[in-house]
Design a protein around this ligand. Structure first.
Ligand code: ATP
Length: 904
């Protein structure tokens, strides 16, 4: 075995200055590795990954919790009460600081966990050739000596010495700072060449802008160029979203106002009221704690984090956090067709050659179907065989078997063509050996065709072409007749045939051949533009996904318009659109028609057209802009490198995780793990649920603060003793409110979330209904607290009992209000509503137990100044809670009536 030049410890040769074969022999990697060899090398060289940025440790997370305005206030209050010698009060306040810090600490930890889990779902992939064929592997599994394929949109997975390049341009800004993509060629360059000039190398982390390439991995992991520079991966994104920032700002602003007001009340009280310093001080501390919504930011953060996790479990991975909010407001979804709305399990079902028409039978990728004519097996047919040869040679897919079932590698459509070639009794394996490929023009969505050049053993060259019929027909003057002779192309006949197949919903491909001069070793696109001989057409069936039909219906119900954007033929697109149940399946706009429209004309049309066919990626950008100009909140899917601008521009850019390029993933804010339209609809539903839960969190927590602070201010103004003491308020806010509010983050979407129109994009969380609810419920709470206190004082003439009654009434109202808030817009007193969810029931039980401890155990009674209550008194508390629920139920009913009356 030749001596290895490269190992993590060994010297680092100038791979760019060696020829590809020298590189291969240095790495003892003459051909693709077997799985065993790859495993051995992986054990030797280690996984191909860079160390991750160390996340901030638990201590830093803890410190972050302490850097909080309310904590400062509480610490200050604890210090003052301690200096005054009120040790119990100081102790309780410190305990509250500990609880608040711990709650924040645990919640932030959970949010971080949710985020880092999704990061791992987006691990980069690499196209690797191993002894048993082409695989899509995790890039971490690459080893030096592996053979890797690159295409436009890929992120280069390791440092690679290129062996073959086809129009390969790579964007290396990450390494060189140069934003222009640089051309790549396999020839060695001078040993002294700087990185930017090492044109035979593709470096890890850079992006393929155009073309295709093949090469051998020379360095992995920390030994790569990018490994030398950064050595670290980007950190996980933070959970900051515009709405959260808005709420943070709100909470901070409110805290400052409350503290200033508290200070004013304190000073005013000292000067004018006869209250003692301690009493006044504790009243102001109580008021401050009562009015600041301390739990709110934490609840909102955890709601978002849970939303992110929920979406990931529905196969939609969020890459940019703010998009969770936007998802719920989506009003138009523009989706690719193939693989997203359809199954991408293709099968050739119709063939046309010369004057003959064939049907192809069979199931999926199984080779046991037949090519038939009028129900009879077709038998040998000269041109059919030539067509099958073209289908097998002008093809990058491979078919293997596992457990007797066919396994495809590469494009499903190409795999279907290979299956067809087998059904036409064509020896696919032998032909690829007899006619090796010398060069190729890879498929490109702009070109809409691909071509391969093959030589037989005598050096005769033939190019085989396949692609969109109009493209291939443009290149042909002749067609091959049934007898194998060349005759003039009957374009009209072929166009009629294409129309017929497309109307049936088939994807139509034309196949052709072009004899090349002896000795030709390169394909030049311009030279292919004429002189080809048409072999025939194939029609492929790609059935719609059943579940997509249902999901589209759901979207329509939710007033979300679904549009299909495809590179396919207009008639094929219409036929599929009809099967899918799109709103307007018969009106189609093609890429060419789109080019002729001005932006204004497009805006006038785009709302009503649901099918866009024969489009190129740049059309997507125009469509996004036009739909946004109509105030749409647009979700757009994409997979290719050229889709990136549209994905970036869309309100929600959605990349395909399976067939999508790395460039598309980077530009997108959401990545679908299964490329399925259903996951988009599910993400929108989750987005709406998250927004609703944020609203519920706010609608739940703010009235508690509101009710408490209004009660305290009212008491102070009326010169009454406080109905609830400062320590009791701390107890309610830190214990029952937090425990109850936490359950809202886990709320499932309400059954009618997808029956309402999308909310407007810039609707504030603190507007309209939520504000009304906060005010209304604050007043209900005020009435409940005072009612309980007055009743307590009047009946029992005992302040301790009256306060205990007021606190328990407040907590009971919170518990019942939780049930009301879970269904903001629909009835809450239903079987489903009353039964709650496991988390609601656990939280409510916990709160009941805590309140019993608070009321009946001596330690709590001494600490918080509470007294045991009688059954009748406890019943009073609960009934007040029930009353709140019933009043709100009535309010929801009236609101619903008013809303319907306004609409009707
Ligand atoms: P979408 O996924 O957006 O629905 P699509 O997959 O139908 O689009 P493209 O992949 O852009 O669209 O393909 C456009 C056209 O190019 C196809 O209708 C077909 O005629 C042709 N085509 C697609 N793939 C190949 C291929 N591998 N070789 C040759 N021609 C192809």
């Amino acid at each position: 075995m030749p001596e290895r030049l490269d190992s993590p410890a060994g010297p680092n040769p100038s791979w760019h200055a060696l020829t590809p074969s020298q590189v291969r022999s240095s790495l003892s990697a003459q051909g693709p590795f077997s799985a065993q060899e790859a495993r051995e090398r992986l054990a030797e060289f280690g996984p191909n990954r860079l160390p991750e940025v160390r996340k901030s440790g638990p201590l830093a997370r803890l410190a972050r919790q302490l850097r909080n305005f309310l904590i400062y206030v509480l610490l200050g209050a604890a210090a003052i009460t301690a200096t005054l010698g009120h040790w119990v009060d100081a102790g309780v306040i410190l305990a509250v600081v500990v609880v608040q810090t711990l709650v924040g600490f645990i919640q932030e930890g959970r949010a971080e966990q949710a985020l880092s889990a999704i990061q791992h779902m987006l691990a980069p992939k690499a196209r690797v050739v191993r002894a048993d064929g082409q695989h899509m592997l995790d890039a971490t599994e690459l080893v030096p000596g592996d053979t890797v394929l690159l295409e436009a949109g890929d992120r280069v997975p390791a440092d690679i010495r290129l062996e073959k390049c086809h129009n390969l341009n790579i964007q290396e800004a990450i390494l060189t700072g140069e934003s222009e993509a640089v051309g790549k060629l396999p020839e060695p360059v001078d040993e002294a060449a700087v990185l930017g000039d090492q044109s035979g190398m593709a470096f890890s982390g850079t992006m393929v802008a155009t073309g295709t390439g093949r090469g051998v991995v020379v360095r992995t992991g920390v030994n790569t160029e990018i490994g030398h520079i950064s050595g670290l991966l980007a950190s996980t994104p933070s959970l900051k979203t515009p709405l959260l920032e808005q709420m943070d700002r709100f909470a901070r602003g409110l805290s400052i106002i409350v503290i200033l007001a508290g200070l004013a009340i304190f000073l005013g009280g000292l000067a004018f009221s006869g209250l003692a310093f301690r009493e006044l001080f504790m009243a102001v501390v109580g008021l401050t704690v009562a009015a600041i919504p301390e739990g709110l930011p934490a609840i909102l953060t955890i709601t978002l984090a849970i939303g992110v996790r929920q979406m990931a479990s529905r196969q939609a991975v969020v890459r940019r956090m703010p998009v969770i909010e936007t998802l719920g407001a989506v009003s138009v979804i523009c989706s690719d067709k193939t693989g997203t709305l359809t199954r991408n399990e293709m099968m050739v079902t119709a063939v046309a050659v010369g004057e003959q028409r064939f049907e192809v039978t069979g199931e999926g990728y199984q080779a046991d179907g037949r090519v038939c004519m009028d129900g009879q097996e077709a038998g040998n047919h000269l041109v059919l065989s030539e067509l099958a040869k073209a289908a097998a040679l002008c093809n990058d897919s491979t078919l293997t078997e596992r457990d007797g079932l066919p396994v495809i590698h590469g494009d499903p459509m190409e795999a279907a063509l290979k299956v067809f070639a087998r059904k036409a009794e064509f020896d696919v394996e032998t032909i690829t050996d007899d006619w090796p490929r010398v060069d190729e023009v890879p498929f490109d969505t702009e070109l809409r065709f691909m071509a391969t050049l093959h030589h037989d053993h005598h050096g005769h060259g033939t190019a085989y072409l396949k692609g969109a019929p109009e493209k291939i027909l443009d290149m042909c003057r002749k067609e091959v007749s049934d007898s194998g002779e060349l005759v003039d192309l009957d374009r009209e006949k072929w166009e009629r045939l294409v129309t017929g197949m497309a109307r049936d919903g088939l994807r139509v491909l034309a196949l052709a051949r072009r004899p090349m001069a002896i000795g030709t070793t390169e394909l030049v696109i311009e030279e292919l533009s004429e002189g080809a001989e048409l072999l025939g057409l194939v029609g492929l069936m790609d059935p719609p996904r059943h579940e997509a039909i249902r999901a589209i219906k759901d979207c329509h119900l939710a007033a979300i318009r679904v549009k299909m954007i495809t590179g396919d033929h207009a008639l094929t697109a219409c036929a599929i659109a009809r099967k899918l149940g799109l709103r307007n399946p018969d009106k189609v706009l093609t890429g060419r028609e789109l080019d002729q429209l001005s932006d204004q004309q497009l805006e006038a049309l785009v709302g009503e057209v649901d099918v866009f066919a024969r489009t190129s990626p740049e059309h997507k950008l125009r469509l996004v802009k036009a739909l946004q100009a109509l105030h749409g909140v647009v979700a757009m899917t994409g997979d290719g490198v050229n889709d990136a601008p549209a994905l970036k521009r869309a309100d929600v850019g959605i990349a395909m995780g399976v067939k999508g390029s790395e460039a598309a993933r980077q530009a997108a804010s959401v990545v679908l793990l299964d490329d399925n339209f259903v996951s988009i609809a599910a993400a929108v539903r989750e987005g709406r649920a998250v927004y609703a839960n944020l609203r519920k969190g706010i609608a739940f927590l703010l009235p508690i603060n509101g009710g408490e602070s209004v009660s305290l201010v009212a008491a102070l103004l009326l010169g009454l003793t406080l109905p609830i003491s400062a320590l009791q308020i701390l107890w309610v806010n830190m214990v029952s409110s937090v425990v109850l509010a936490m359950t809202l983050a886990f709320e499932k979407p309400e059954p009618n979330v997808m029956e309402q129109p999308p909310r407007s994009r810039d609707q504030s969380l603190l507007a309209g209904f939520v504000v009304w609810r906060v005010v209304f419920v604050s007043l209900l709470f005020l009435a409940g607290i005072f009612g309980a206190w007055f009743w307590g004082m009047h009946q029992f003439a005992d302040q301790t009992v009256a306060r205990t009654l007021a606190v328990n009434t407040l907590v009971a109202m919170e518990v019942f209000y939780l049930f009301a808030v879970r269904y903001l817009d629909t009835a809450s007193v239903t079987l489903r509503g009353v039964l709650g969810t496991p988390s609601v029931l656990i939280a409510v039980s916990a709160v009941v137990v805590l309140q019993l401890l608070f009321t009946f155990t001596p330690w709590f009674q001494v600490t918080f100044g509470t007294a045991a209550l009688s059954l009748a008194q406890l019943a009073f508390c609960s009934l007040t809670g029930v009353a709140v629920l019933l009043i709100l139920e009535l309010e929801t009913l009236i609101r619903g009536r008013l809303f319907r009356a306004a609409r009707g």
